[in-house]
Write a protein that binds this ligand. Structure first.
Ligand code: GDP
Ligand code: IMO
Ligand code: MG
Length: 426
């Protein structure tokens, strides 16, 4: 196949690995930055020049000059949240009108999708997913059920189409969930239609043609994943997952790119683990160490503000993610959070019903017990380091151990939230 390949950056854990930060750091090396799945359930944090910005739907390349950002067909977009995002970005002095294209085939999250998400979660009670309540599940359900509304629909008879979808959703809310929405819906709709007007200021494109043509013309593209492999609809801890394919294959379907188009696959992970929402988490810590990781790592959801559950690095899960995605390079985040630890544990195997295995099981139930290796901590402030040569020996050993256990090299180590606190290894 002629033309360039696309590099893909993906979360290998349960999301919030630091994807936004790294995409922003890598953006100078690319012409185009594309999102391919998920929606405003994502919260990608960027910090630079005294600015801290959380992005939900908009790719993390928008703060760099002369780059094109694309919202691909696999994304689900809520106009109301999009409007807020555009306004918050313009308040800090950035104009996106010439820098952002939106796929006509991306699906719209309707106000009633958000209500259905809330109704479904409250009906589940104790078995709820812990969704971000952004309407993600109901929107993808409509997409797969061939009942969705797309960006391209905005052009013709839009109100008519909207009302038909709304009517269907209200029937479900009334008759199935018995959910009272009358106090919420008018405001949600007002904000949503205001968002539609903002959306119309952007160019809607056939992004699959745009991207393939750009690659053929020698342009470079990086695809920015949302969520993480452990939240993938097929390979995550089902049903405690999101509703899209967060894995590398999702980049093909979410942008209209052939598998041969995939180049480097950057797999990003935290030096420990976090999870927000419900669902299994074998290495979760409920003790002081868990609290310390949360406090030092500021582990609170960028989208919902919920406290994130924290635990040790899980190499069984990480190796599974590396396999599913074909990761070519690892990127390790937030090593600095463990700066003061005397020792650090890493899960290298699971004991399931007394039998040890390194294979990721069908189900992560209460029989899955992590087996740990303990390594000494580096007891050094990493946040001011600027090159690999300055790494303390114990950090080098931690990195080497992970590389040996995964068979993949760690090409970037992040030592703080700021753009500058990023060390590219040779
Ligand atoms: P994303 O969803 O993968 O983009 O990640 P989030 O933005 O949800 O969460 C990552 C959090 O960690 C954000 O608050 C970042 O500012 C912060 N962060 C990213 N990299 C580092 C790092 O190396 N060290 C520290 N201490 N914080 C980091
Ligand atoms: P980023 O891109 C962490 C989790 C939710 C919930 C489950 C389903 O910032 O890494 P959904 O709203 O998708 O129906 O929720 O998935 N979740 C995330 N957790 N980071 C995310 O995105 C997430 N997006 C969804 O907490 O458990
Ligand atoms: Mg996040």
């Amino acid at each position: 196949m002629n033309g360039n390949k696309v590099d893909v950056l993906l979360g290998l854990q349960w999301g919030d690995e630091g994807k936004g930060k790294v995409v922003d750091v890598l953006t100078p090396g690319y012409d185009i930055i594309a999102r391919f799945q998920g929606g405003p359930n994502a919260g990608h944090t960027l910090e630079f020049n005294g600015i801290k910005q959380v992005l939900h739907t908009i790719p993390s390349g928008i703060f760099r000059e002369d780059k094109m950002n694309i919202i691909g067909n696999g994304v689900v977009l809520d106009p109301a949240i999009f409007k807020k995002e555009i306004e918050s970005i313009s308040r800090i002095g950035f104009d996106l009108s010439e820098k952002l294209l939106i796929s006509k085939k991306a699906h719209l999250i309707l106000p009633t999708h958000r209500l259905l998400d809330a109704a479904s979660e409250s009906a589940k009670g104790d078995t709820k997913i812990g969704s971000t309540l952004k309407g993600i599940g109901p929107t993808y359900r409509d997409k797969i059920g061939r009942e969705g509304l797309r960006i391209g629909d905005i052009c013709e008879n839009f109100e008519e189409k909207y009302n038909a979808h709304k009517k269907q959703h209200l029937l479900q809310l009334d008759n199935f969930y018995h959910y009272n929405y009358s106090d919420q819906l008018p405001q949600l709709e007002k904000e949503w239609f205001e968002g539609i007007e903002i959306l119309k200021k952007f160019e809607f494109v056939d992004s699959e043609n745009y991207l393939n043509n750009a690659l053929n013309a020698g342009k470079t593209v990086i695809a920015e994943g949302a969520q993480g492999t452990m939240l993938d609809i097929d390979f995550g801890s089902y049903p405690f997952v999101t509703s899209s394919n967060t894995i590398c294959a999702g980049a093909c379907t979410g942008m209209g790119l052939a598998p041969q188009r995939i180049g480097n696959v950057y797999g990003i992970f935290k030096a420990y683990c976090t999870r927000v929402g419900m669902g299994p988490f074998p290495t979760e810590l409920f003790d002081e160490t868990g609290h310390l990781l949360r406090d030092r790592g500021n582990e609170y959801g960028a989208t919902t503000g919920r406290p994130r559950r924290c635990g040790w690095l899980d190499l069984v899960a990480l190796n599974y993610s590396i396999m599913i995605n074909g990761v070519t390079d690892l990127i390790m985040m937030k090593a600095d959070v463990m700066d003061e630890f005397d020792t650090i544990k890493i899960c290298t195997a699971y004991k399931i019903n007394g039998k040890e295995t390194t294979e990721f099981p069908y189900e992560l139930n209460e029989n899955v017990e992590p087996v740990y290796t303990e390594l000494p901590g580096w007891k050094t402030d990493l946040t001011e380091l600027t090159s690999e040569e300055q790494f303390p020996i114990k950090l080098k050993e931690y990195i080497k151990f992970i590389e040996e256990q995964t068979g993949v090299s760690i090409s970037i180590v992040s030592v703080g939230p700021n753009r500058k606190q990023t060390i590219v290894r040779k």
